[in-house]
Structures are given as structure tokens and as C-alpha cells.
Ligand binder design. Structure first.
Ligand code: FE2
Length: 439
């Protein structure tokens, strides 16, 4: 009998080992398998940018850039040949549009319309396109994208930034899936805008995300240096944008990410602060933020440990994905419990529908609007009844943010081309009028 048990145990160990080895090989393959990739941009700063691409053969990469598409009068060459290319362009002018092209002996590069802009100190109007859970290539993704193109009349100069709220490449965030779900369908955007993305739980199934992107951990793009690829911030025009990873680092209130966030927000002087991460503190969509076991408790962790920081520093807007629908709060504060503890009298700073006012200088307990927009390629069937998120739509779509020095307007642009929800935060001392819908 003992012999039998020993043999059975040995069998289980062998099977588990084979599965474990197979799994490591599969994950490593998906994470690091070589794929060809057209040029894309990372590490946008006020004075520099980095262009990356991947060619079928190892070769010296060449990049030309200049202030007009007809005169790309600066040429940079890599020093060492490789099939994975990365060229950083230094000494650029702040807040300036440049044009660029890449040449490769072994791959045909689509250089039509390639341009980039450096980050700005000031801006009159900034328009951002925000997509969440966009990584399922198909008709839905394409239509959501096309409605945005319609909104800007196919004029890319109407757009300033592109934010991605995670789950950027289903189902596992492999190198091949990132090509299929991001670099190919959005190729015209990729030529012109840095894809500022946070990771989602699906992206985190492989390690490609942090291989594809390089992030400004030394404060290169603004904010306090984080020294950690999982979190950093970007200063552009009127915006201070904080990018958090709600999948990998500690989500404790005294963890590295929370401690850095306090320092970063304390030092911030921009008029508008937006915080971006994947798992929402409040959602009654495909994921339930009341459920402490859902998504490994990360929604609860972000609510209990990070909402107090957003409150302390008066963060204006929090953007999340994960649930595949649209949900939006009013200007609210200090709601750390489950949905049945939400009390409008206690948690709402202003009980308006579509207009809120705040002071220009970020102040403690001035309230935050929370938006879940995870329906840019997928849609859940869900109740969408979280009391803190009274504006909800079971529709595919994306967000258009329009920001001036004293106003921030957010529009949910649906797959049907309609604006299903819209709100404005004013910091221009004007009063809100017609604050209830239908009036
Ligand atoms: Fe997700």
C-alpha cells in the first residue's frame, strides 16, 4: 500500500512538473517571441522622444526627423545592428510638432503621415482619446475607433493624447496579440501618438507589456521620479496624469506605489489631475467591486487604500476599465465601503448631474469624478446599478476628454456615434446651471 502511495505521489509530482515547465515555456514564448513591428513611440517628454520598431533582420536602424515632412533634415543612426530597434531623439523643442520617417533594408515601413509632438508647458485646449479594454480586435473595436475619427473629422491635429486603460491585447497580452489588437488596428494613431497605457489583468498574463513599453520612471515626462516602471506621471499642458499599475505592485496604503503617489500629488502644480489604472474602485459591471474575491481583491484594495489619497489631494478624475461597460459617478468623496454603504448626503460633494465646480488649486476633500470606460472593444451584460455610479450605459464606446486651463469636459462617445453621457468640471469660478438632466 505504501509503495502504491509513493508511486502515486511521484506520478503527481511528474505531471505537475511537466505542466509547470510547459507553462513557463508557453508564457516565455508569448512574452518574448520575436515579431516584426512598425515604428511606435514611447518616452515622450518636453525635449525628447523614443521611437522603437522591429525588423526581420538585424541591421542598423536609421531615423530622419524635422519640422516639416518635406525636410527631415536630422538623421540618427544606431551604433549597433539589431532586429529590435530603439532610437531616442534628444534636444527637441518643447511643445513642438515634428515629422519623422524610418528606413529599413529588410522591412517595408509605412511612413505616411508619421509625426510626434513634445510635451507642453501650457496649452489652450487639449483633446484626449481614452479607450478601455480595447484589445479585442473586431468590428466593435473598429467602429468605436471610427466614431472617434468621425468626431475629429479625420483630422489628427484635433487630438493631443491617447490613453489606454488596460486589457490592451486579449486574451493574454502576448507579443503577437499586441500586434493584432493594438499596433495593427490603430496603426494611424500609432504613427502619430504615444500610446500611454496602463496594464490590465489580461495583459499581465504575459510579460510583453513591459517589454514593449519604456516608461519615464525618472520623472522625465514630469512629476516626481518613481524609480519604478509600474507607476509614473506625465505633465502635459494643463494636465498632470498619473499612471498606476493595479496588477503587479503592492496595493497597500504604505506600499511603494501609494507612498510615491502621495509625494507626486503633493508636488503637483498643474490645474488638472487625472489618475489612470485598470481595476475600478466602484463598478457593478462585468466585475463587482463589492466582491472582495473578484479580481484578487484589487478593486477593494484600490478603493480602500488609494481613494483616501485621491481625496487628500483633490484628484479631479479617475479613469478605469476592467468592467466592459460605461459607469460614472458624481463629484464624490470618502466612499471606502461596499455599495450599500454609499450615502449621497455623506459622499457627494456636489449632487449635480453634469456640472461640477472646483477651485483652481487642488484642495483636500474637493471631490473626484470616477469613470469606468471598459467597453472599447467588448461589452458585458451587467446590472450597472452601483449607487455611486448613477450614470451608466451598456454600450460600446470611448471617452473624449477636452481640457482647458479652467474646464474639463468628458464625453462618452458610443459605438453609435452619440454622446451618451457628458459632464464638465469648472475651475473658472462660474456657477453650474441646468445641473439636472432634462432641464
Ligand atoms: Fe480587466
Amino acid at each position: 500500500m505504501k509503495k502504491f502511495i509513493k508511486r502515486a505521489l511521484l506520478f503527481v509530482v511528474i505531471i505537475a512538473s511537466i505542466y509547470g515547465i510547459g507553462r513557463v515555456i508557453d508564457v516565455s514564448y508569448g512574452s518574448y517571441v520575436f515579431v516584426e513591428r512598425q515604428p511606435y513611440m514611447v518616452m515622450q517628454t518636453a525635449k525628447s522622444i523614443t521611437i522603437k520598431w522591429q525588423t526581420p533582420k538585424a541591421e542598423i536602424g536609421t531615423l530622419a526627423y524635422g519640422l516639416s515632412p518635406e525636410n527631415l533634415n536630422h538623421v540618427l543612426l544606431e551604433e549597433v545592428g539589431s532586429d529590435k530597434h530603439s532610437i531616442s531623439i534628444p534636444k527637441l523643442k518643447e511643445c513642438t510638432k515634428y515629422f519623422y520617417s524610418v528606413t529599413s533594408p529588410s522591412m517595408s515601413i509605412d511612413n505616411e503621415g508619421r509625426s510626434f509632438s513634445t510635451l507642453c508647458q501650457n496649452a489652450d485646449l487639449q483633446r484626449l482619446w481614452v479607450i478601455g479594454d480595447s484589445g479585442d480586435r473586431g468590428a466593435g473595436q473598429a467602429t468605436v475607433y471610427n466614431k472617434m475619427l468621425g468626431y475629429i473629422h479625420n483630422d489628427f491635429s484635433q487630438l493631443n493624447m491617447w490613453l489606454l486603460l488596460g486589457d490592451n491585447a486579449y486574451s493574454s497580452g502576448t507579443q503577437k496579440q499586441f500586434n493584432k489588437a493594438l499596433f495593427e488596428p490603430y496603426k494611424e494613431l500609432v504613427k502619430r501618438f504615444v500610446p500611454w497605457a496602463v496594464t490590465g489583468n489580461h495583459d499581465t498574463r504575459r510579460w510583453a507589456f513591459y517589454d514593449i513599453w519604456n516608461f519615464p520612471t525618472k520623472g522625465e515626462s514630469g512629476g516626481v521620479p518613481s524609480g519604478n516602471k509600474y507607476f509614473y506621471s506625465i505633465d502635459n499642458g494643463n494636465l498632470h496624469i498619473v499612471m498606476l499599475d493595479s496588477e503587479n505592485p503592492s496595493l497597500d496604503s504604505d506600499g511603494d506605489m501609494a507612498n510615491w503617489l502621495r509625494k507626486d500629488l503633493q508636488a503637483n502644480t498643474k490645474p488638472w489631475t487625472i489618475v489612470v489604472f485598470h481595476t475600478p474602485p466602484y463598478t457593478d459591471g462585468g466585475h463587482k467591486s463589492d466582491d472582495e474575491y473578484n479580481s484578487g481583491g484589487r478593486m477593494v484594495n484600490m478603493r480602500e487604500n488609494f481613494v483616501p489619497i485621491f481625496d487628500e489631494f483633490g484628484v479631479d478624475l479617475v479613469l478605469n476599465g476592467h468592467s466592459h461597460g460605461y459607469e460614472r459617478s458624481k463629484l464624490m468623496l470618502n466612499h471606502l465601503g461596499k455599495s450599500n454603504t454609499f450615502d449621497a448626503k455623506k459622499h457627494l460633494v456636489q449632487d449635480n448631474d453634469s456640472c461640477y465646480t472646483k477651485q483652481l488649486k487642488a484642495t483636500k476633500n474637493s471631490g473626484t469624478v470616477y469613470v469606468v470606460c471598459g467597453s472599447s472593444s467588448k461589452l458585458d451584460s451587467a446590472t450597472l446599478k452601483h449607487p455611486a455610479m448613477p450614470f451608466s450605459h451598456q454600450k460600446m464606446g470611448s471617452l473624449i476628454l477636452e481640457v482647458t486651463p479652467t474646464t474639463l469636459t468628458s464625453k462618452f462617445l458610443t459605438v453609435f456615434g452619440t454622446i451618451a453621457d457628458e459632464f464638465t468640471i469648472n475651475k473658472n469660478n462660474s456657477e453650474c446651471k441646468n445641473t439636472k438632466k432634462g432641464k
